[in-house]
Design a protein around this ligand. Structure first.
Ligand SMILES: Cc1cc2nc3c(=O)[nH]c(=O)nc-3n(C[C@H](O)[C@H](O)[C@H](O)COP(=O)(O)OP(=O)(O)OC[C@H]3O[C@@H](n4cnc5c(N)ncnc54)[C@H](O)[C@@H]3O)c2cc1C
Length: 290
């Protein structure tokens, strides 16, 4: 989050004033309260707007209501309720995506999962842990620290896992950035400038070809066009190199045209048929990807 602020990555520009294609049915909000409890439901404009966008440039599209379920059973009940009344449902993690995945483009109910943060299963034998969607990074960093005898800060931490011989590890550390040692945060900065793409600074954990291009000045509306042109160009270069446009943030609103180029009409139609089989009324995050 702090990194995003420093780098000036912006919040969505503006907010749609109306949210839903169809207003919520009468008494629907009461039914939501019956599932998750009164304090865990909000229809306040400011709350809806907070949940109507992620960290991207896509125009904010607020849901009609926001709920905070606290258990799997509540999520199931909410889904059943929305299904019965044909109300769209959109999950919300922390809203840090860059594809407009949380924008409620057809209104409906946003389920903010930030209050589901429990460990549900821990197996030392399989070295695995099952956690709810909002399990906090800082708790994970603390647990890793205690287990490995490190002194990681109890905060959101970028973990780089390096494998190899002593010599190989030293080389990888140099490649990852001079400051990349256990418990240290590090990033690599470069400039992506090869034509025909517009020039943009980038920062990333580039060892796994994962990088962020920083072209967006939220104070400057014309920058949105620049971002769009750049990301289209970047996606097309990935496709031309035999890669994928889906990248770290997947596909939400912004890369749908690129996904069509990547998969072709038949590929997309196949995905649509699978979604229709699972979600016949198109209520689960409608208007995205496909
Ligand atoms: C500057 C920056 C740096 C980043 N660096 C890294 C990095 O180093 N490594 C890395 O892996 N990622 C990185 N990311 C990506 C970031 O981790 C993703 O944005 C994040 O994984 C999205 O999680 P979220 O909970 O915020 O999702 P949201 O933005 O809340 O949601 C994304 C999509 O997933 C859906 N969704 C959310 N929760 C659920 C759920 N429980 N069930 C079903 N659907 C759900 C939403 O409806 C939406 O469509 C970075 C992002 C930024 C902006």
């Amino acid at each position: 989050m702090a990194l995003r602020r420093v780098l000036g990555l912006g919040r969505a520009l503006g907010c749609r004033s109306c949210c839903s294609k169809h207003p919520l049915p009468p008494d629907f909000v009461e039914a939501l309260r019956a599932v998750v409890g009164g304090p865990n439901v909000s229809t306040a404009t400011v709350v809806r707007e907070q949940h109507g966008h992620d960290e991207s440039m896509h125009t904010c599209a607020p849901p009609d209501a926001v709920v905070w379920p606290q258990a799997v059973g509540q999520v199931q009940e909410l889904a059943a309720l929305c299904y019965r009344h044909r109300v769209p449902m959109v999950p919300f993690g922390t809203g840090t995506g860059l594809e407009g995945g949380v924008n409620a483009v057809q209104g409906g109910v946003c389920s903010d999962l930030s209050r589901m943060d429990a460990i549900t299963e821990l197996s030392l034998k399989d070295v695995s842990v099952l956690v709810e969607p909002a399990f906090p990074d800082e708790v994970m960093a603390g647990a890793c620290s205690r287990f490995s005898g490190l002194e990681l800060p109890a905060a959101t931490t970028l973990l780089l896992e390096l494998h190899g011989s002593r010599h190989g590890l030293a080389k990888q550390q140099r490649q990852a950035g001079t400051d990349a040692s256990p418990g240290k945060e590090g990033f690599v900065v470069g400039l992506l400038s090869s034509p025909p793409c517009p020039t943009a600074p980038m920062v990333g954990h580039v060892g796994d070809s994962n990088f962020h291009c920083l072209t967006f000045n939220p104070q400057h509306p014309a920058a949105a066009q620049h971002v769009h042109a750049f990301s289209q160009c970047l996606g097309r270069r990935a496709l031309a190199a035999g890669g994928t446009c889906t990248g770290e943030h997947g596909v939400g609103l912004g890369k749908r045209a690129l996904l069509l180029e990547e998969l072709g009409r038949e590929g997309l139609d196949t995905l649509r048929r699978i979604k229709a089989a699972l979600d016949p009324h198109n209520l689960m995050n409608p208007g995205k990807v496909l």
